[in-house]
Design a binder for this molecule. Sequence first.
Ligand SMILES: Cc1ncc(C[n+]2csc(CCOP(=O)(O)OP(=O)(O)O)c2C)c(N)n1
Ligand SMILES: [Mg+2]
Length: 594
Amino acid sequence: MTLYTGSQLALEYFKKAGIKHVFGIPGHGNAALTDVLYDMKKDMEFIPIKHEQYGGHMADGYFRANRKTPAIVTTSVGPGATNLATALATAYVDSSTFIALTGDIQTYLLGKGIFQEIERQFQSDYINAMRHFTKRAYFVTDVRQLPNAISNGLKEAVCGRPGPVLIGLPMNIQTDTIDVDINSIPLVLQVGRIRPDREKIIEAAKLLVSSERPFILVGGGVVMSDATEELVKLAELLGAPVATTFRGDAKGSFPETHELYVFSVGNIGNPVANKLASEADVILAIGVTFSDETTSSYVRGITFNIPPTKVIQIDIDPHEIGKNYPVEIGIWADAKTALAELYEAVESLGKRGKNISEYTKRIREMKQQWFNEVEELRKQAPMGIPALTKILRENLSNDTIITLSAGLPQEIFSQLWITDKPRTFISSGGFSTMGFALPAAIGAKLAVGDTPVIAIEGDGSFLMNNIELLTASQQNLPVITIILNNYGWISIRDLQIRNFEHRLIGTEFRDRRGNLKAPSFEKIAKGYGAEYFKAETPEEVISTVKSALKISDTPSVIEIMIENKFPYSGTKAYGYWDIPRRSGTSDKEVRSSR
Ligand SMILES: Cc1ncc(C[n+]2csc(CCOP(=O)(O)OP(=O)(O)O)c2C)c(N)n1
Ligand SMILES: [Mg+2]
């Protein structure tokens, strides 16, 4: 038995679990917790962030880049803790995770309305306000509850379908002592994989073998389960095209230079994936949520035709099975084991080897046609984002990780970026959070070491989170931020053009006289100690990226002056997205923009 304070017990326990990074801002509400880190420096690194939301995104990016070990975020009581809301929500929607240790009012002072307590309806009830954004929340009111909260909290964070976990630690709990053998506290990190029901697998295999036009839809479940190898084998055996969803960092979990890959379905997908999905007789969906971006807002015939298309849906969380579309066969299982068993079952039914059928020939032809169309778009706007996806791809190594916030960068890189590796595409696709990319890149960089990590930010998004460049500077992290500067919230301006008859309001960065009023990103970058580069031509993009990649111990910023004239500011959307338009206007096709 050892005598620990609550703070010591929590941090020693998480250290034992292999957690090495704590992002946070110390305040009086978590000072006792951060004080413990003073003595733990060689095992656990404290990374002082500049805003709690971004500390949350750093921890989120850290997990998305490694998919094994979570990181911790700690905040003070009150506003420091409420600042975490958007980060929790972002991680939760994309099934990523981190552990938040937030300070709270001393339990014996609850309800008095002390400093930073909200009590006019009830005593401090931060946990209840925030729990909707977490997979599980704990409020520790007695230090003797702590062993239970930390061990179950860790298990909930990483086992099954991941999600962020919040542990509220009132100030007295952080300093109260408890005599405990830390080894007696369960450490449940590995609970094995959920194997599928054998009968369901055989049913699914029969359906797939009898299918003439099978189609595979891949969501975040495949990257989380590390199921790429099994997925490729099955797709090749079936000769089925594979598409990815918008959210869940699904991109890269199937090699995107593979002849069977047809990129994304949905609104900002492409005509090949949408056509094949809508014509498919069977869709095998793995770890997907069937959200509106992916389904063209559920309008029949644009992306999907379910029914008559039959769906086989594999998910680790039964919550998702049949949630938005009826399923022919639902399989509650881990993606890796389910795909491996499905492969064996399909093979034993007599389907062997790669099937270069008429169907795959057609896929190739359709893809070529779409690629030609994209090339045309790139020619029309050499400094448009579609052109940039190609220039960057040709000048970055295969293992480079990119991170993306809401806006045109997220939309267009989701549509056109090509990656052959899982965990290299990190996008706040589900909650679509501005301000995500730079802090997520900082977290990812801490997780992957030498691998290049590049945050692709819109100018608007970077204006929210640029303070974290200082964190990257302080940590000597050579994270690269590419700012796609189009002088405003141009995805939304383009939406005003399309859906609100050009009635632009507040979406371009202008002063009251209508003149452009944008910040000096050079001064911002240099002010935080980052290197700064500017690129106005495709050649300058290449040379500045090369220069930035050579920097080894400082963050850098490349400001790319991007095309902002509509419609060259954007990309072509091929599906449908159900969003408002000015009443009275015709129900014409809604393209792109969020
Ligand atoms: C935190 C947050 N606020 C608002 C939005 C709504 N929104 C989505 S994209 C966008 C504009 C993004 O601007 P920028 O980062 O410059 O990218 P651009 O679209 O101009 O390329 C806005 C306001 C959001 N997704 N997240
Ligand atoms: Mg912009």
